[in-house]
Design a protein around this ligand. Structure first.
Ligand SMILES: [Zn+2]
Length: 133
């Protein structure tokens, strides 16, 4: 893994997870990861256009997956792609701290990466109510 690419990817992301949007400062005990959007196992390159900044939880849940199941339709769909998709077109955060998937890739990604686990909702709600989100 290229150490030289960590800082440019982190800076491009504003030190936020490009999936669930937590900032590094929100999760100081869990170092963020350099995430391969398309894993090397699937031929993904070690290059800026294939890398994303990710919190540990999102990266570990995503693993090498490229697709997931849209919980609304049960269909297999591609996952959200941080380099080619716009976050706000696929996700929204409600006032309870839940990430809503707005599209099939958004719903499949939110579900697969467990963006709405109880502790993540609790942290997000605390950040929202304190104005730190
Ligand atoms: Zn995340």
């Amino acid at each position: 893994m290229s150490v030289a690419l960590r800082q440019p990817v982190r800076e491009r992301a504003g030190a936020r997870c490009e999936y669930c949007r937590f900032h590094e400062d929100h999760l100081p005990l869990w170092p963020f990861h350099l995430e391969h959007i398309v894993a090397a196992q699937h031929g993904g390159a070690e290059a800026l256009e294939n890398l994303a900044w990710s919190c540990q939880r999102c990266n570990l849940h995503k693993g090498t997956n490229l697709s997931g199941i849209d919980p609304d339709s049960g269909s297999v769909v591609r996952l959200f792609h941080p380099r080619t998709d716009v976050w706000s077109e696929h996700f929204a955060v409600d006032d309870q701290g839940r990430i809503q998937g707005l599209t099939p890739p958004g719903r499949a990604t939110a579900w697969l990466l467990q963006m709405n686990s109880p502790e993540r909702i609790a942290i997000r709600r605390l950040l929202l109510t304190s104005g730190h989100w």
